[in-house]
Design a protein around this ligand. Structure first.
Ligand code: URP
Ligand code: ZN
Ligand code: ZN
Length: 471
C-alpha cells in the first residue's frame, strides 16, 4: 500500500482544530506534521500519494456503536445485510460498526456469537465488532460472559421492554450487572417498562386505535424514565456501570443527569431520529395513511420539545454518544405487516449512512462544536467500548480510519441517493450542509469521487478491550 499524505486540511479531534499534515503508512497513521516543518516537505515530495484537503476537515472515521444488520425481529429480518449496511455506513463516513448479536432463548451466547461471525465475516466494507444481547440470564450465560470477554465481546444488552421475547426481570438484570461489576463489562439497557406498555397497547388496540401514532402514545415518557431510573438504581446496588441505549425522552435524560452528578458510572446515547424527527411524523398521511409506520421505533419518537433537551444533553456530556440504532425495515412487506394493528409494525429505523452528516448539521445549527461532533461520533464511542486508541482518533499509531469532510458541500437526502437496503428515507428531501469527500478504512480508500471503491470483506473483526472509562 502506498504512503498517503493528506495536506492542507484542518484536522478535527475531540480537543479542537489543528492545521496538520497527516501521513498514513500502510494501515496506520504514521505522523502528524506541522505544515512548516522540514519533515512536511519531504513527506509530500517522497513519491507518496498526496491528497490535497484544502478547505476540508480531516476527522477520524465515525464509530456507530448501535446497529442491527440482518437481525430477526418482529416476525421479520432487518433489511440491511452486513454487506449492504456496512457499505452504506462507509458512504456516510462511518468506518466502524458495533452490531448486536442476539442470543435466542435456550441457546448459548457462544452460538449467537458464532452465527453473527458467519453473517458478518467476509462481508463488511469496514471494521466491525459485536455486543451480545442476552435473552436468558442464568448460571450458564453468566459464566459465558467471561468467555465472551476473551473473544472481544465486553458489552451486553438487556431489555426491560418486549415481555416474552427479550425482556429480563429486575432480578436477572441485577445478576447480570453484578457479574459485569466483577469482570468489568458494560451493561447496555433498553429502558422502557414493557409490562405496563403491553397493557396500554391492549387498551388501544381494543378501542380500535390501531394507527402508527398509537405506537408512540402507548410508550409514554414516564415509562422510559421509570425504567431508566430503575436500571440506574439496580446498577448502583450491583456495583456495575450502565449504558442507556436510544434515550429519547427528556424525563429519562433527567434520571441520567441526576446519576452522573452523583458520580455514578452512568452513560447514555441518543440517535439522530430523536434529534430530527418527532411524533408528528407518525401521523403523516402518505402511503394510504400508513406512512407513519416508517417512523415506528422503540423507544418511540417524542414531541418536538424533547429535541432541544437532547441537544443540550449532548452539549453538556450527559449524553456521551450519538449512535443510530440502525434497524431498517422496508415499507412494503415489512412495515406493512402492521396495517390494522400498530403493535405488529416491526420496530426500527434506518440511519447508519446519515449519522455523521446529521450531526454535522448540528454543528452548522450551532447545537454543538466541531470538536464535540468528533467526540460523540467517534472518540467517546471508541473509549467507552474498548477500541481506543486504535480507533476514534487521528494520532500516530491509530488505524488510518480517516474521513475528509467537505463543509461547503450540500446534499439532499432521500431514497434515490442513499445506499441502505430500505425502500424509504426518514429524511426524504431534507437539504443539509456538508458531505464526505473521501473515506479511508485502515489506510484503504473506500469512498472517493462519489464512488465506492472498497471491496466486500476488507473489514476486519475487532476484538474489543474493556471500556476505558472503567479502568
Ligand atoms: O425500534 C428499535 N429500536 N429496534 C431495534 C431493537 C432495539 O430495541 O434496539
Ligand atoms: Zn433497544
Ligand atoms: Zn437497537
Amino acid at each position: 500500500m502506498a504512503r498517503i499524505v493528506i495536506t492542507n486540511g484542518t484536522v478535527i479531534t475531540a480537543t479542537g482544530a489543528h492545521e496538520l499534515t497527516v501521513v498514513v503508512d500502510g494501515e496506520r497513521i504514521a505522523a502528524l506534521l506541522a505544515p512548516d516543518s522540514s519533515d512536511h516537505a519531504s513527506a509530500a515530495a517522497s513519491g507518496s500519494h498526496v491528497i490535497d484537503a484544502v478547505g476540508k476537515f480531516v476527522i477520524p472515521g465515525g464509530i456507530d456503536v448501535h446497529t442491527h444488520m440482518e437481525m430477526p425481529f418482529g416476525g421479520t429480518m432487518s433489511s440491511d445485510t452486513f454487506e449492504t449496511g456496512s457499505r452504506a455506513a462507509a458512504w456516510g463516513g462511518t468506518t466502524t460498526i458495533l452490531d448486536f448479536a442476539v442470543q435466542k432463548k435456550g441457546e448459548s451466547l457462544q452460538a449467537a456469537l458464532d452465527l453473527w461471525h458467519q453473517k458478518a465475516g467476509g462481508n463488511c466494507a469496514i471494521d466491525y465488532g459485536f455486543h451480545m444481547i442476552m435473552a436468558d440470564v442464568n448460571e450458564i450465560t453468566l459464566k459465558e460472559m467471561d468467555v465472551l470477554h476473551g473473544e472481544g465481546i465486553t458489552s451486553f444488552k438487556l431489555f426491560t421492554a418486549y415481555p416474552g421475547v427479550l425482556y429480563s426481570t429486575d432480578g436477572e438484570i441485577f445478576r447480570a450487572m453484578q457479574k459485569a461489576g466483577q469482570i468489568g463489562s458494560m451493561i447496555m439497557m433498553h429502558c422502557e417498562n414493557g409490562i405496563v406498555i403491553d397493557e396500554i397497547i391492549k387498551d388501544h388496540v381494543g378501542r380500535g386505535e390501531t394507527a402508527p401514532y398509537y405506537h408512540s402514545i402507548s410508550r409514554p415518557e414516564a415509562m422510559e424514565a421509570e425504567a431508566t431510573h430503575r436500571c440506574i438504581q439496580i446498577a448502583k446496588v450491583a456495583g456495575s456501570p450502565v449504558y442507556v441505549v436510544h434515550l429519547s425522552a427528556k424525563e429519562a435524560l433527567e434520571q441520567v443527569v441526576i446519576a452522573r452528578d452523583r458520580g455514578q458510572n452512568v452513560f447514555a446515547e441518543t440517535c439522530p431520529q430523536y434529534l430530527y424527527r418527532s411524533i408528528d411524523d407518525l401521523t403523516r398521511p402518505g402511503m394510504d395513511g400508513f406512512e407513519g409506520a416508517n417512523f415506528v421505533c422503540s423507544t418511540p419518537l417524542r414531541h418536538r420539545e424533547h429535541q432541544a433537551e437532547l441537544w443540550r444533553g449532548i452539549r453538556m456530556n450527559d449524553l456521551s454518544v450519538v449512535s443510530t440504532d440502525h434497524c431498517p425495515f422496508c415499507f412494503k412487506e415489512q412495515k406493512a405487516m402492521g396495517i390494522g394493528d400498530f403493535s405488529k409494525i416491526p420496530n426500527g429505523m434506518a440511519g447508519v449512512e446519515h449519522r455523521m452528516d446529521l450531526l454535522y448539521q448540528g454543528v452548522v445549527d450551532k447545537h454543538i462544536s466541531l470538536a464535540r461532533w468528533v467526540e460523540v461520533a467517534a472518540t467517546t464511542p471508541a473509549r467507552l467500548f474498548g477500541l481506543y486508541p486504535k480507533k476514534g482518533v487521528i494520532a500516530p499509531g491509530a488505524d488510518a480510519d480517516i474521513v475528509i469532510y467537505d463543509p461547503n458541500a450540500r446534499q439532499t437526502l432521500g431514497v434515490e441517493m442513499h445506499h441502505m437496503a430500505v425502500d424509504y428515507s426518514a429524511y426524504e428531501g431534507e437539504v443539509i450542509d456538508g458531505r464526505c469527500d473521501l473515506v479511508m478504512s485502515r489506510g484503504r480508500i473506500v469512498i472517493e469521487n462519489k464512488q465506492y471503491v472498497g471491496t466486500k470483506g476488507q473489514g476486519s473483526y475487532l476484538k474489543r478491550s474493556l471500556s476505558q472509562y472503567l479502568v
